[in-house]
Design a protein around this ligand. Structure first.
Ligand SMILES: Nc1nc2c(c(=O)[nH]1)N[C@H]1C(S)=C(S)[C@@H](COP(=O)(O)OP(=O)(O)OC[C@H]3O[C@@H](n4cnc5c(=O)[nH]c(N)nc54)[C@H](O)[C@@H]3O)O[C@H]1N2
Ligand SMILES: Nc1nc2c(c(=O)[nH]1)N[C@H]1C(S)=C(S)[C@@H](COP(=O)(O)OP(=O)(O)OC[C@H]3O[C@@H](n4cnc5c(=O)[nH]c(N)nc54)[C@H](O)[C@@H]3O)O[C@H]1N2
Ligand SMILES: [Mo]
Length: 763
């Protein structure tokens, strides 16, 4: 028996190993609230769903042009043959069609660990080949990433540098939490980390602060924290925010001095709010019709804010919706009118509770990953435009103020992501995936994406290799010690790309003469150098490895976003055109040719409860992150399955909406709209607003025509950008109908690997 330490996106752990097998997993001793997700490892390592040997789609070997992708059998081949064929194909397509025809943006979370980070490795590989078509921004908060810099100058205003939870606890009177602070999301943080600390943070804040969960689902803050709930229709937060500002302006209680000193464009925004610019005052009565919130409740909420320290916060899902840029801009505007941006526990913040670490002290933990090199082809699509890229070659699209043309893609290569989990309108993605000549996927498991590939390389999981993990907002740098030898014939992505690079004559450029273990040591050297610069004494690599982790000292926990700017807006001008917070922006209006006014505005999200379309599809489908897994990862584990009923996800629905459809608790249901259909089991919940249903993401897509035998909500969601500004994922703008399903649920095919033939038996 031996013990090894490692870490996943859902936390650090130690593993007990006997005879090369993982026996059990124990939580990290410094983790106050370890995640049960790690318990799935013994089962998932040896899962029958592992890709164990290189496999090639039968139709691809016969030159079928991709029509059967996703429905076909596979032929098992030796590693050398798989690598030879893949390298020849990459080389041929590059030669005949140019580097832009290679699409390897490979969006996805991969696994924890800096050296074996699949998405970094694939980009490094294609960069050494002279470039490729890449993906930029992310699915989490892509619209905000592109858009916020134009308004407040800093990308970090979403994601990295939030005003710390300690200052909220100590100074904030009212926290308006749009979309809540859902506990399930704190399980995870990209890169791996040592401590789940949200529990105590939220308990501290809820004990001293009035926290209002504003959104369609009461469960977005657990009841035990004793917070208020203000139900609001999905995608209408902007209208509510405008009406809150309307009350402040009408009462004359907006902070004129703050607006004059720190903002530009307040007059334009106020002219829109009071209706002088478009004839429509954004009054509580106006907002009530859109949001479903009573006008008196809006007035009362607004009048409870002046004179208090207020933090206006939103989770990330608010902006994963059509015109998702607008609620964030409106939140910034409300916070500006309250005049507390830059004060402890006040202002605004995006992402509290969206993942572990948000609001933590600023450790700025030094971490080193392999450099990706630079992409000389230099073209990237906003990541959520993947189907458009594959289907619309030669067409133009707009993004962040520029117009671009989609190149023609001939080869797709994915490593460390699952587009058939993450993308919207999967029927459209399936069609898109049939257009390139060749699709290559490196995967540990037979995901829906691996099933849609031509060449599948079996990749090791993080437990089958040495690495270093950690995240910038966590105090631990964690050794990832190989727990077991590779499963089946799986190889590390590093070795897969090194072998491909060698065949394409760029082996040395890819490896720089190092093995992955040598890179791990190199990473520690770099981390150590940065620790030394900060006056800390880094242990030797051997001592670090032996201890299993290095813990950074606690910094002062008082970070306040925009404190410098507030102190001195001249010295600390924001990198926006005015140098201040832009509440109106001629540049943004110009970017959409005036289709959007250049200030926060209520724009019709097209699929929402107030749309005409809601007469046909009367329920707004929300698709939150799943509690019992990370996205599609470990969907097959016992822990994930324990949250299902009859192998289907639970769809939450208000009891009256259920009764109107003859649906009782535990009934099988079919969700459908004009794009597709899937199955679920009804869970009745009075904490869901009428007209809304919730179905989490992450059930493995199991296509049967345009229907999914399983519970993947992305057969229903709409594949459209948030807007021409951010082009983010707009999954949360989706209307559906639900019916009770009395038939027998179809047998799932994705609970076992696809058919794989030994060479010569494929027929
Ligand atoms: N409807 C709807 N859809 C959404 C969202 C939503 O709110 N609603 N949210 C979106 C968001 S925010 C996100 S971030 C995305 C997440 O989408 P993804 O990040 O694509 O989802 P994952 O399931 O984490 O995919 C990671 C894959 O990498 C594989 N993997 C892990 N380790 C390794 C490795 O070492 N090597 C290789 N080769 N592979 C590895 C895993 O097996 C897994 O299949 O989903 C998006 N999709
Ligand atoms: N356990 C677990 N945790 C995770 C993940 C996971 O897969 N599993 N994924 C991680 C990732 S990649 C990300 S990006 C984050 C995402 O973090 P978030 O985006 O914050 O989380 P979601 O679960 O998508 O959404 C939370 C709630 O937002 C509410 N909501 C949706 N639309 C609206 C709206 O229009 N208005 C209002 N007011 N509320 C709305 C819904 O009720 C939903 O339950 O979570 C991370 N945490
Ligand atoms: Mo995400």
């Amino acid at each position: 028996m031996s013990r090894r330490r490692s870490v996943s996106h859902w936390g650090a752990f130690s593993a007990t190993v006997a005879d090369g097998r993982l026996i059990s997993v124990a939580p990290f001793e410094h983790d106050p609230r370890p995640s049960p997700l790690n318990d799935a490892w013994p089962e998932m390592l040896a899962s029958p769903m592992r890709v164990e040997r290189p496999a090639i789609r039968r139709g691809w070997l016969n030159g079928d042009g991709g029509r059967a992708r996703g429905d076909d059998d596979f032929v098992l081949v030796p590693w050398d043959e798989a690598l030879d064929r893949a390298a020849a194909e990459i080389g041929r397509i590059r030669e005949q069609h140019g580097n832009q025809a290679l699409f390897a943006g490979s969006y996805g979370w991969s696994s924890a660990g800096r050296i074996h980070h699949a998405r970094t490795l694939i980009r490094r590989f294609y960069n050494t080949l002279g470039g490729f078509t890449d993906q930029t921004t992310n699915y989490s908060y892509g619209a905000a990433m592109a858009f916020l810099p134009r308004v407040v100058g800093v990308k970090n205003a979403v994601g990295a540098s939030l005003t710390s939870f300690a200052t909220i606890r100590d100074h904030c009177d009212v926290m308006l939490a749009f979309g809540g602070i859902p506990a399930k999301n704190w399980e995870v943080n990209s890169g791996g980390f040592g401590q789940h600390r949200y529990e105590s943070f939220l308990a501290g804040v809820a004990g001293s602060t009035r926290v209002v969960n504003i959104g369609p689902f009461r469960g977005d803050i657990e009841e035990r924290f004793g917070c208020e709930w203000l139900p609001v229709r999905p995608n209408t937060d902007t209208a509510l925010l405008l009406a809150l500002m309307h009350v402040l302006v009408t009462d004359g209680l907006h902070d004129r001095a703050f607006l004059a000193r720190y903002c530009s464009g307040a007059d334009d925004l106020i002219a829109y709010i009071d209706g002088s610019s478009d004839g429509e005052p954004k009054s509580p009565a106006w907002a009530s019709r859109i949001t479903g919130v009573a006008a008196e409740a809006i007035v009362a909420l607004a009048r409870g804010l002046p004179g208090k320290r207020v933090l206006v916060a939103a989770n990330w899902s608010l902006q994963r919706a059509r015109h998702g840029e607008q609620p964030y801009w409106a939140i910034i505007a409300l916070a500006a009118m309250l005049g507390q941006i830059g004060l402890p526990g006040g202002g605004f913040g995006f992402g509290y509770g969206s993942s572990n670490g948000m609001g933590n002290p600023r450790y700025d933990t030094p971490l080193f990953g392999l450099p990706t090199g630079s992409n000389v082809t230099g073209f990237s699509i906003p990541c959520a435009r993947v189907s458009d890229l594959l289907l619309n070659a030669g067409q133009t699209f707009r993004f962040d103020g520029d117009t671009h043309v989609y190149p023609k893609i001939e080869l797709v290569h994915w490593a460390g992501g699952n587009p058939f989990h993450h993308h919207q309108d999967l029927n459209r993605l399936r069609e898109a995936f049939r257009s390139p000549q060749t699709v290559i996927v490196n995967e540990c498991y037979w995901t829906a994406t691996a099933r849609h590939a031509d060449i599948v390389f079996p990749a090791t999981t993080a437990l089958e290799r040495d690495d270093i993990g950690g995240a910038s907002r966590d105090p631990f740098i964690l050794a990832m010690q190989q727990v077991v030898p590779p499963v089946g014939e799986a190889r590390d992505d590093y070795d897969i790309f090194a072998a491909l690079a060698g065949r394409l004559d760029v082996g040395e450029a890819f490896t720089e003469g190092r093995t992955s273990s040598e890179w791990v040591r190199q990473a520690w050297e770099q981390i150590g150098a940065r620790l030394s610069e900060r006056g800390l004494e880094p242990p030797s690599f051997e001592d670090f490895w032996q201890a299993g982790y290095f813990q950074l000292p606690e910094p002062r926990d008082n970070y306040v976003m925009f404190a410098d700017f507030r102190d001195d807006p001249e010295t600390h001008r924001l990198p926006t055109p005015s140098g201040r917070i832009e509440l109106a922006s001629a540049g943004i209006a110009a970017m959409t040719d005036g289709a959007q006014p250049g200030h926060p505005a209520w724009l019709d999200p097209e699929e929402w409860l107030g749309a005409d379309l809601a007469r046909t599809w009367p329920l707004h489908l929300l698709t939150p992150q799943p509690a019992r897994r990370l996205h599609g990862q470990m969907d097959w584990s016992a822990h994930s399955r324990a949250g299902k009923v009859r192998d289907r996800e639970i769809m939450q629905i208000h009891p009256e909406d259920a009764a109107a459809r003859g649906i009782a608790e535990g009934d099988a249901v079919r969700l459908y709209n004009g794009r597709g259909a899937c199955f679920a089991v009804a869970g009745l919940d009075e904490g869901v607003m009428r007209g809304v249903v919730l179905l989490p993401t992450g059930a493995t897509y199991d296509p049967d025509g345009t229907s999914d035998r399983n519970s993947n909500p992305n057969v229903l969601t709409r594949d459209i950008g948030t807007s021409e500004l951010g082009q983010g994922c707009a999954a949360q703008s989706c209307l559906v109908e639900v019916e009770r399903f009395d038939g027998e649920l179809p047998a799932l095919r994705v609970n076992r690997p696809p058919v794989q033939h030994e060479r010569g038996t494929a027929g």
